[in-house]
Design a protein around this ligand. Structure first.
Ligand code: SAM
Length: 360
């Protein structure tokens, strides 16, 4: 399948077409009235709460209660499977129950618990970690460098690990920093969804066709190549047997390559948007075909786990449906474009930018 081919239907209200200015985008199939919810998503493919907020944010509905620690843990319900609580905190019995009711959730709990145990046991090794993890700022990473790293992992590291007993495999685990640990959990969550979801559901189809920003992101942040290596190695050694078959380099690279450029921030739902805390991020494949516009006609809002995309003005048939990626609509055109280029790696081709650039 060519990257631009879309062979699935996301909504009866809009369709995906290729644009001249920015890959694929969503277009109204017919006139749609203002205030219509054009897309309502019930669950992310994968999500992660930032390490610093892990105890203060419910891992199901992402409730944040002004820095108070969430009181409900997993060990009370499944002391054998998750004696350390698997690094999960819940706001209520209801959210814990929702989580535990997911199909084959034991495999994800087992994975999270192993990651958490490993994380806690390596506390002393983490001191001084920052010093050893730097990348050469002069070297521009190429596709070949990325492929070389993966060839090394697949053809030499994986066979070496496969020959070892479990205890020795674990001694080969890299020491992770907080971001890498979060990334391990995020990828495991995505692999769990991929393993348990119906392969032909819209979320899976949308995921398979997501645009990857692997090269451009790693070129901008070369340290990510090392991060990916550490995350992959950790998953390879620690994933339980139910999830391990999902871990191939191709799926891993597609998960992270598409996360770079398609993820949605999980923000504290507060009145004042400027003082909101950034709590984590999630990947919503079905919502990742909306392009950005500096005059968007869609507003997005989170309601617990759900994400809702609502028209803020009537849309005519064939009109493009766009969201605001970055909360920068009040800035002058040059600043907006600079922020979009630095964070999302594109030159904004929206009508407002084109008009304001001509106006000077
Ligand atoms: C979330 S994806 C949107 C779907 C994407 N166009 C696709 O084909 O998969 C974000 C990417 O779309 C493109 N894009 C989104 N909004 C754009 C805009 N206003 N101008 C130019 N490119 C844009 C950029 O390549 C960006 O990295």
């Amino acid at each position: 399948m060519k990257p631009n081919d879309i062979e699935f239907e996301l909504s009866e209200l809009f369709e995906i077409r290729t644009t001249k200015y920015g890959g694929r985008a969503c277009f109204a199939r017919r006139d749609i009235p203002v205030d219509t919810d054009v897309l309502v998503l019930h669950r992310a493919l994968g999500s992660i709460v930032c390490h610093e907020f892990r105890k203060e944010v419910c891992c199901v509905c992402f409730l944040y209660d002004n820095g108070r620690t969430m009181k409900v843990r997993l060990m009370e319900k499944c002391p054998k499977l998750a004696p350390k609580g698997a690094g999960l905190w819940f706001c209520s019995e209801k959210c814990r129950h929702d989580f535990l009711s997911r199909d084959r959730i034991e495999s994800l709990i087992e994975a999270y618990e192993l990651f958490e145990t490993n994380w806690l046991s390596r506390a002393s090794d983490r001191a001084g970690l920052e010093d050893c993890q730097t990348a050469d700022p002069e070297h521009q990473i190429s596709k070949t460098d990325i492929q070389r790293m993966w060839d090394g992992l697949e053809h030499s590291w994986v066979p070496m690990i496969d020959r070892m007993k479990l205890i020795r495999q674990r001694s080969q685990l890299p020491v992770l920093n907080e971001d890498e640990y979060g990334c391990v959990r995020f990828v495991a969550h995505c692999l769990f969804t991929l393993a348990t979801a119906n392969k032909s559901c819209v979320q899976m189809q949308a995921f398979r066709s997501l645009q990857s920003n692997e090269l451009v992101k790693i070129q901008q942040y070369p340290i990510l190549l090392k991060v990916q290596e550490n995350v992959f190695k950790t998953l390879y050694v620690l994933l339980p047997p139910q999830l391990k078959p999902m871990l191939t380099s191709a799926i891993f690279r597609h998960i992270l390559g598409s996360e770079y450029g398609n993820s949605f921030g999980i923000w504290e739902s507060a009145e004042c948007s400027e003082s909101r805390e950034y709590l984590g991020y999630c990947v919503l494949p079905e919502a990742s075909y909306f392009n950005h516009s500096c005059a968007p006609n869609l507003a997005k809002r989170r309601q617990g786990e759900r994400m809702i995309f609502t028209l803020n003005s009537p849309a005519q048939k064939d009109q493009e449906l766009c969201i605001d990626y970055k909360g920068i609509l009040g800035l002058p055109v040059k600043e907006r474009r600079c922020i979009l280029q630095e964070n999302w790696f594109f030159d904004c081709g929206c009508e407002r930018c084109l008009r304001e650039m001509v106006e000077g």
